[in-house]
Design a protein around this ligand. Structure first.
Ligand SMILES: *Cc1c(COP(=O)(O)O)cnc(C)c1O
Length: 385
């Protein structure tokens, strides 16, 4: 059985209710920042269990505002993982900081906190300034452990949770800690790119429990300008505003937040479907020795479903011929030509490179039908036998 249409590795799910919500926003008085922004922020903060949320124009802008708010500058050294989207590392460079990498845990493809510790211990205290772990594929990093490490070495902690809204890890007390809840990380970021759990086209969010950072983020999002009477240095009249720091225009427009609010209402449904699909893949691959999925956990949010196979290119091409568009996540950041110019070598992180040689993300999105998933599974079965 061949499918008449291509099956991507991920895609958005837009309903009639979404279209209605955007249409209503278009007919309102606000196209850019209006009342929908605060509503989306409040609902999102409640969804992840954080005190504050700041909506921004995309996930990369969210990361940039984090490094700005944390004061990254020339001479600051920040650690992240090589297995991530380039933006997790680039946000350090935007502020003039230096990117350092720690290798991954091969079972999960998450940054290995033991490797981070070794790196931290290889230098005097104060040498490193921050840590940006990534909840890769939707598997949440143990932020309680990351926080302990950060406190021991005086680092700030930013969680790149672009893959994991709705995910959680279980802490040492047995409590489920939701991604982005602000308990351990100083700041967490999310993306609303179409392949992510919640789609607004372009869009992002930062969550935090720290009021000081929250106020900085609000300023930085809008040119460093405030109109808040409590914060103005003086007052010339009703028109008066002040630019108090160098900020950006990283706002998310009302039309897109309307879409975000509508999508957020279905987020749990989508997450449940992702987990259901993952369980079926897990069961299918348990019987295929040549196919190794990454480790799982109850709080996995399954942005991606990654398998590892020896002949990755062979499988990729085989699936492509059958209209199944798998993808590779990720080409290690330190092997990118730009990072090579900064002095990294392709062989610096052997576990990341070994993972890259075998990984493939197969279709994983809520609207993937049972028939489509069965077709994906049987195609992989045919390839490996
Ligand atoms: C998607 C993504 C980003 C960036 O988000 P954009 O909204 O595309 O700018 C950052 N980090 C990770 C891990 C991502 O997957």
């Amino acid at each position: 059985m061949y499918f008449p249409h291509p099956i991507p590795y991920g895609r958005q799910h837009i309903t009639e209710a979404d279209v209605q919500a955007v249409t209503e926003a278009l007919q309102s008085d606000f196209l850019t920042q209006g009342p929908k922004v605060a509503e989306f922020e409040n609902r999102f903060a409640a969804y992840v269990g954080a005190t504050y949320a700041v909506a921004v124009s995309n996930g990369t802008a969210a990361l940039h505002l984090c490094t700005l708010a944390l004061g990254v500058q020339s001479g600051h050294r920040v650690i992240t993982t090589p297995i991530t989207f380039a933006a997790s590392a680039n946000c350090i460079l935007y502020c003039g900081g230096e990117v350092h990498f720690a290798d991954i845990d091969p079972a999960t493809a998450l940054i290995d906190l033991k490797a981070v510790r070794r790196l931290l211990e290889s230098q005097p205290k104060g040498y490193f300034h921050g840590l940006i772990p990534v909840d890769f594929a939707g598997l949440p990093v143990n932020l309680e452990e990351a926080r302990k490490l950060a406190d021991e070495f005086g680092l700030w902690l930013v969680e790149d949770a672009a893959h994991s809204p709705g995910g959680f890890f279980v802490d040492s007390q047995g409590i489920e800690q939701w991604c982005g809840n602000g308990k351990f990380a100083d700041l967490s970021i999310f993306s609303f790119h179409p392949v992510k759990h919640i789609a607004t086209g372009e869009g992002g969010m930062i969550t935090t429990n720290r009021q000081d950072l929250y106020e900085k983020l609000l300023l930085l999002r809008t040119h460093g300008i405030t109109k808040d009477p409590a914060k103005l240095l003086k007052s010339d009249g009703g028109w008066y505003y002040e630019m108090q720091t160098l900020g950006y225009n990283y706002r998310l427009p009302d039309m897109l937040t309307a879409l975000g609010i509508s999508q957020l209402q279905r987020a749990n449904e989508g997450l449940a479907r992702r987990r259901f699909l993952a369980a079926r893949y897990n069961a299918a691959f348990a019987n295929m020795a040549a196919v190794r999925p990454l480790a799982t956990a109850p709080g996995h949010a399954y942005h991606l479903y990654v398998i590892q196979v020896e002949d990755r290119k062979g499988l990729y091409d085989f699936l492509r011929d059958r209209q199944i568009f798998a993808q590779v996540h990720y080409i290690p950041v330190h092997t990118m030509p730009y990072y090579q110019e900064l002095g990294w070598n392709p062989s610096d992180f052997p576990r990341a490179e070994a993972y890259y040689a075998r990984c493939l993300s197969i279709p994983m999105f809520p609207s993937l039908t049972d028939e489509e998933q069965q077709y994906v599974i049987s195609s992989i079965q045919q390839f490996v036998k």
